[in-house]
Design a protein around this ligand. Structure first.
Ligand code: CTP
Length: 438
């Protein structure tokens, strides 16, 4: 078992320690409420605790055995195992004696040994008489524990064991559980910590631009957006914040991307350029999977173009189609390399896609390598179009080239598999950049 291992249940793991105090009778309520909040709980009680509350009661509410001594199962090295398993060690109640033993670094039972071995946060919920809480020995112990980073909650005011009342009462179980859940919420799960793009912003363009001719017609292409959406999904699964610039992608494909993916819908190449460049001002990586039209009609007619509008000079003759004059669109990818939108000194990793068919001038890879050199992107994923490869919901194969046209990697399979492979390459490059920067 390791502290970094993912929980098979996906639930947060809390060790509840119970020490010898009359308030131990509240521990089952704490355990029950933690479990109701979706936590997995293991109970470790001291010998003294079991004089106040029975092990069967704690076992029943926690749904597992209650451990006590370091030597109950020496072969299992339980104190290390329990400490590593925990994402939070919560001691409720923590008696004056328990605080003293933890402050002294003692490890004479399973609970103190667990506190000493764990790397998880430790939260101690004191319960004792006011005089014990105010005693300079306890005051010093609490100060020591807090200085070392342990979280010692303030005890509540109210009725104590006997007729007396004052400060020293165990905080109410709902308050303890709220504090525990908040501590867990501020700490990323080991699963999240293992995500290779956590803390990174990745911009992905996907789909195909449409360049309008008139209110009903456009020049477009057959890109569905599936590959780019898969890249966005894979990057989000690795913990990235993702901006997906979606050019004419169906709602169905965009469903279920999750809260860490922001979708910006665009239509034309110019709109895509604006959206990508503004999203890239703080991007760590940009993946240009969109099929961007290289040209657009010079003018967009405000009314539908009629079949019988004659080409100038053809008066009197049969109707002829008016030619469509095209102007060049900006190359968004090349612009990201030559004029990076990010200006704070951090370099954005630029990744392009190239769908190639191969022709008399060269095969798919020769065209891909020439494009890689021309565009200057850090990585260019080249795929062969044709024979049912590349477009639509079909398996995909890419060869990834660097800016010099040299092969870096190959990936094939479903678009999700290709996307995961590309995202892994992006993460490797970003990790390399961070390591270089250190
Ligand atoms: N691209 C872009 N802006 C354009 C055209 C393409 O950003 N105006 C990007 C695409 O998103 C892709 C890469 O450039 O990441 C390669 O696109 P592709 O259409 O293969 O390249 P072109 O430069 O248009 O080359 P070709 O002559 O093969 O069409």
């Amino acid at each position: 078992m390791s502290a970094r291992a993912a929980s098979p249940t996906g639930r947060r793991r809390v060790v509840v320690g119970v020490s010898g105090s009359i308030a131990a009778y509240k521990a089952p309520t704490v355990v029950r409420r933690l479990r109701e909040a979706g936590c997995e709980v293991r109970v470790v009680a001291t010998e003294a605790a079991l004089r106040f509350i029975g092990a069967p009661a704690l076992a029943a509410v926690s749904g597992g055995p209650v451990s006590t001594g370091v030597f109950d199962d020496p072969a299992a090295v339980e104190h290390v195992a329990v400490g590593e398993w925990a994402e939070l060690v919560l001691v409720a109640p923590a008696s004056a004696d328990l605080l003293a033993r933890v402050a002294a670094g003692r490890a004479d039972d399973l609970l103190t040994a667990t506190v000493l071995t764990t790397t998880a946060p430790v939260m101690l919920c004191p319960a004792m008489h006011t005089q014990m809480w105010r005693n300079p020995a306890t005051v010093e112990n609490v100060a020591t524990l807090r200085r070392r980073g342990l979280d010692v909650l303030e005890p509540a005011d109210g009725r104590l064991t006997g007729e007396d009342s004052g400060t020293g009462r165990l905080p109410e179980p709902q308050d303890i559980v709220a504090a525990a859940l908040s501590a867990l919420a501020h700490r990323r799960t080991p699963e999240a910590a293992a995500q290779v793009l956590a803390g990174h912003h990745v911009v992905v363009s996907a789909g195909g631009t449409r360049e309008p001719l008139d209110p009903v017609r456009y020049l477009g292409n057959r890109s569905s957006g599936r590959q780019g959406v898969a890249v966005a999904r894979a990057a989000a699964a690795q913990g990235a914040r993702v901006t997906l610039v979606a050019a004419n992608i169906s709602e169905d494909l965009l469903r279920g991307l999750g809260p860490t993916v922001e979708v910006l819908a665009v239509g034309t190449a110019l709109e895509l350029q604006d959206a990508v460049r503004s999203a890239c001002v703080d991007a760590d990586a940009v993946v240009m999977a969109a099929a961007v039209a290289d040209f657009r009609p010079r003018s967009v007619h405000s009314a539908k173009i009629k079949k019988h509008v004659l080409t100038p000079g053809q008066e009197g003759g049969a109707p002829r189609p008016a030619p469509i004059e095209l102007v060049e669109n900006p190359d968004v990818l090349a612009g990201l390399v030559s004029r990076p939108p990010r200006t704070d000194g951090v370099r954005t990793l630029v990744v392009g896609f190239a769908a190639e068919t191969g022709d008399a001038d060269g095969d798919v890879l020769a065209h891909g390598a020439a494009k890689a050199r021309r565009k200057g992107a850090d990585l260019l994923a080249v795929n062969a179009v044709g024979q049912a490869l590349g477009f639509g919901d079909v398996p995909n194969a890419v060869v990834v080239l660097d800016a010099h046209g040299a092969e870096v990697a190959r990936a094939q399979g479903t678009k999700d598999e290709v996307a995961r492979a590309l995202v892994a390459l992006v993460a490797d490059r970003l990790a390399g950049t961070c390591a270089d920067a250190q």
